[in-house]
Every structure is written in C-alpha cells, then in structure tokens.
Design a protein around this ligand. Sequence first.
Ligand SMILES: NC(=O)C1=CN([C@@H]2O[C@H](COP(=O)(O)OP(=O)(O)OC[C@H]3O[C@@H](n4cnc5c(N)ncnc54)[C@H](O)[C@@H]3O)[C@@H](O)[C@H]2O)C=CC1
Ligand SMILES: O=C(O)[C@@H]1CCC=N1
Length: 277
Amino acid sequence: MDSPLRVGFIGAGNMAFGIAKGMLSGYVLPANVTVSAPSQRNFGCFQELGVAVTHSNVDLVRSSDVVFIAVKPHFVPTVLNEISQHVTQKHMIISVAAGVTITTLEGLLPAETVVLRLMPNLPCLLQERALLFSRGSQARPEDGAMLSSLLQHCGLVEEGPEAWIDVHTGLSGSGVAFVYLFAEALAEGAVKMGMPSALAHSIAAQTILGAGRLLKDSGKHPAQLRSEVCTPGGTTIFGLHALEQGGLRATTMNAVEAATDRARELGRKSAGTGDRK
Ligand SMILES: NC(=O)C1=CN([C@@H]2O[C@H](COP(=O)(O)OP(=O)(O)OC[C@H]3O[C@@H](n4cnc5c(N)ncnc54)[C@H](O)[C@@H]3O)[C@@H](O)[C@H]2O)C=CC1
Ligand SMILES: O=C(O)[C@@H]1CCC=N1
C-alpha cells in the first residue's frame, strides 16, 4: 500500500486501547488512527496516544483501511449492520469479539469483504500479548501477513484455523483471569502463614512473571522446569502433592474447556438473534 495505512477501532475499550498502543510502536502513525464509541468515557486515554476519536462508526469506516471491531460480542451484529453499506473491497475488517464466527461476520458484511478474526488477551495493554488470528474466506495470505506485521511488536502473534480461536479464548483470553486467581490464592496462602498482604501479593506477581519468562525463554516443557524446582523430600513436592489432591490440574483443564464451550455458545447466539443470554 503506497499511502499510509489508516486504522480504525470501533469500540474504545481495553482491547482497542491495547492493540492501538502496541501498533503505534510499529509503523502506524497516531495521525492515521481513529477510535469510535458512543460515549466519551475512554476517549481521554486514546487522545493521550495522539489518535483521533469520533462518535460515528460510519465516519470511521469511511476514513480507515483496516477496521477493528472491538465491541462486546452482543453488539457486533448492530455495529456491522450499521457500517455494512460503507464497507468496500479496500477494507480489511478484523473482529476481536469472543465467539463471533467468521461465517457470522461475513454474513453481515458485503460479499467479498476481507474479514479476519483475532483473539487478543488483556496483557496486550503491556505489549505482552498472545494473539491468534484466522483468515476469512476472502482474506489472502498477504492479508494475514499484513495483520501480523501490524501487530508484530507486541508479543506472540500466530495464525491458525478458526476452530482454534475459541480454544485460544479459553486458554489465553480467559486464561489470564485463571492465572490471576492462582496469583491471588498463592498470596492468600502466604497471608495465612503470616506474611503481610501487600508483600505477599507483590511476591506472588513477581513469582508468576519470573516463572512465565523462564518457561517462555527456556523453551522447556513445564514438567521439566517443575522437576528442576523439586528437591526429593523437599518443600515443593509436598506443596505439589497438596495441589494434586485438590485437583488443580483437572480443575484448570475444566476451566479452559468451560470457557471454550462458552465462546462457542456465544458464537451460536450471535449467529442467531444477536442477544446475549
Ligand atoms: N477483555 C478481555 O480480556 C478480552 C476481550 N475480548 C473481546 O474484545 C471485545 C472488546 O472487549 P473489551 O475491550 O474488554 O470491552 P470494553 O467493554 O472495555 O469496550 C467495549 C467498547 O465498545 C464500545 N461500544 C459499545 N457499543 C458500541 C457501538 N455500537 N459502537 C461503537 N462502540 C461501541 C463501548 O463504549 C466500549 O468503549 C469483546 O468482544 C471481547 O469478547 C477478547 C479477548 C480478551
Ligand atoms: O470473558 C470474555 O468473554 C472475554 C473474552 C476472553 C476474555 N474476556
């Protein structure tokens, strides 16, 4: 593309902010980014990034090449119905809404619209995200490559079949919250054993950060690292035994399964009435 790429975000929430912020550390200029939402609520944060804000989704589509749909899943049909007649073949539409399938997105947009479905997670606010995307029926490999290049500065970006997007939602989109629950529980264990709460939470956060970085950077399987922490007859194996007795592993697998199933259910609902129940 010869002229600078213009990027729009419909929805001014956490995901739009995180993706926009990450993108601005690459080749996209703030002057070429616009965000739309019905209320002013988060506009200040976006204006601090130097991007334009508007209440008009239609104006945003008219002035953008790439449009991210970053509203809650139950608003997606309303938004796409509103912008559909302004979407042309020059646009690339990228939805981050949990569950909403490519078939539903394509069905609400003109034939031949280039559609991609992207699943981010909350650490995109810090450019430490794990992203998975799938291409719609009209999106070429070059479109996927362009999306990857737009997002490349901010963590892991992978392409995969659409069937994996709901799984990724359970594993990583929702998985972030599962890790926070574990962080809270770790800290509360320490509080129970007498440590002040603020210190316990700070150590729990750093422990998760350090464990995560080592897991990622070493490339080792988590079971290998776990065995490296365990001294025979030492403290860790006693703690791990307690976790296994509590069913942490099965419960966590159930949590990923439940979140994946819910993403699939949201997809079926948005394909139907558009209501979230
Ligand atoms: N929060 C998370 O960790 C993750 C969220 N997602 C998905 O990202 C999407 C956005 O989520 P968040 O950023 O967390 O939501 P949010 O609630 O922070 O932001 C949604 C934004 O959409 C705006 N909005 C509502 N109706 C609109 C309309 N008709 N036109 C334009 N803007 C409208 C709201 O004013 C708000 O600014 C959701 O579909 C969610 O499933 C995906 C992965 C992770
Ligand atoms: O809870 C949700 O529905 C969204 C999608 C993944 C994370 N947050």
